[in-house]
Design a protein around this ligand. Sequence first.
Ligand code: GLA
Length: 746
Amino acid sequence: MGIIFAENQGNKLFKLDTPNTSYIIGVVCEEGFLGHVYYGKKVSDMQGAEHLTRMYDHPFTPDTNARDRLSFMDCFPTEYSSHGVGDYRESSIRVKTKQGQEAVLLTYVSHEIYKGKKGLEGLPATFGSEDEVTTLEITCEDKAIGLKAVLSYSVFEDTDAIARNIKLINTGEDKLIVHKVMSACLDMDNQDYEMITLHGSWARERHMQRKAIGYGKSSVSSVRGETGHQDQPFMAILEKTTTQTSGDAYGIHLAYSGNFRMMAEVNQFDMLRVMCGIEPENFSWVLESGEYFQAPEALLVYSSEGLGGMSRSYHELYRKHLIRSPYKDKKRPILINNWEGTYFDFDETKLYNIAKEAAALGVEMLVMDDGWFGNRFDDNRALGDWVVNEDKLKGGLKSLVDKVNALGMDFGIWFEPEMVSPDSDLYRAHPDWAIAIPGRVPGLARNQYVLDVSRKEVRDYILDMMFQVLHSANIKYVKWDMNRPLSDVGSAVLNSERQGELSHRYVLGMYEMQERLLQEFPDLLLENCSGGGARFDPGMLYYSPQIWTSDDTDAIERLQIQEGTALIYPLSTMGAHVSVCPNHTVGRNTPFDTRGYVALAGTFGYELDMTKLSDEDKQMVKKQTQMYHQFNDIVREGDYYRIASYGENHLYDCFQVVSKDKKKSLVFFVQVLNEANKKSRILKLQGLCPSSTYAVKELTMEGDLSEPIVKDTGKVFGGELLMNAGLGFERMWGDYRAKIVYLEEN
Ligand code: GLA
């Protein structure tokens, strides 16, 4: 495995191998254009592969090899598309020179292959040891404008993933202004492909959309300064026939938490170009002579085993090579968060009573959400004033935390560090710290402004306040929230030429703040959040092992949200809580056990006032917490298989996690709607060992505490039968019913 380089008759070929995939790059002409030769199922030999670039096969070109003709540029499959020199498809790069032109054409200069992988300065990135990763760096150049570009590719020994990034260096005398620099460009022949993107809104994040690509350009993007609820920096390219278990699936995902663009284009020659990177709109970056710009990392996965194979590769990549937290392989504490339980209406007694009740039922951490600081008795004020409100928390924070600790529980706390309320001491003292355009009153969202965290003094000030709070008591967890997107993007300190840098500088500043927080508190469990799941992206996973998936905690709404999220993210990263009914977002009533089964597929916790639960529900909490302890290892570490999608069939949902040794599996089944007079459903399972036999058990929350949480059905089936023929799921009485089947190798 790793990276193979071969040179033959002036052609240079690079083959980048993962366990099951190959990616081939070629320098196949004397001008040194970097061609994309192949990406797909593994090939052991690349002899003659350069013919795939069709160097001599150009429509409209009367003579061969006429690379001076535009038609060559317009259909050459490239590794990184040029701008303004004849490739009329989407460009990867746009750089303005002193003279004002913007054309860029990069050609090969040199390359280097080495073991391991370098970090990206100031940006999140995948990592791995020298035994786990090999990297190829290809340096290209545009001599006409004095620009070098280092295209970097890292392949993983244990995961079918390739990490790409690009660094631009101004090697000329004059200043350059970068207006566009995509992180990856992938050219392929279009095979009538379809695409999947993930869309949503507040409380409705990451719903899957699958559609034909078609001619022209299709894109999803964010100009919100964060990834956003609305679109995910992800695109999957699939054959029409690709299913969960078979067919080609290409994934491309950007490890970045700000403005992004994902684009697919099919041109006149039926060639597909897929691209991802920082959204070029409102972006510019000044590169003085000798300076460089590092673009974020793009993460590519190919699977010949359908969407399921793609999902599992992303899960492995993120669990092993992106998340750094000391918690990443650990069972997370079961937490209770008071937000839906109390909103702003709490004091130390109320919180303590919730904690006391929860501790008795097996909950392990109390998280105090919004409303504990400054003058924050509603969401109109006080963001930025990170000082404990001791009228509300009498006796102070330490006293409350000590009391909660004495119950055997840990304590966590909520912050929204990047924000400021107009009605706050911070804003009154430093109005120019808010992002705004002079002469224009900036738009409020949730009654707040965004702080210009591109400024060091702003970051220092906020972190200093946070550190004081966190040092003042035994706090084990922070929920880092961000409740509005950026608008009126202007900084009081950047000069006019550099205002276009603000959105990216903002993201870099936010990353730096999270890095410093983790350096100061290395054992902290950090959970990111943004009005629910508006900043659920690979960039944030580099800092926090879990992210609040959505403010919608309704068990049925969560099915599609969690399905879309799990298409790329491991279940161990998805914040999932049980809340009360009628649900606060949609008003739906679902059984308490169903809410538990759905939340058990994530990091698990509660978002309610435990003191108000019925005795029956409290008993179920005890059983749910036991289930979490007994089965979370499989959820957190296992392989994920999608069996059926409620989003597609509108009736029921089913997915499975299988332990790595294939000895244990959990099958989550939710019957959303019952139907009259129908037989049981038989669903084909996946991922089991065909030659093993499995005892079929069921998790149950029924009965009093003396009843076990796992019931043996007495049935035993072979893995082959379960996968080829299926397992029967009997109809349950009523709607919104759920169960978890536990298969244990006999
Ligand atoms: C956001 C979060 C919620 C909660 C509130 C507090 O909406 O997603 O979980 O923390 O903010 O204001």
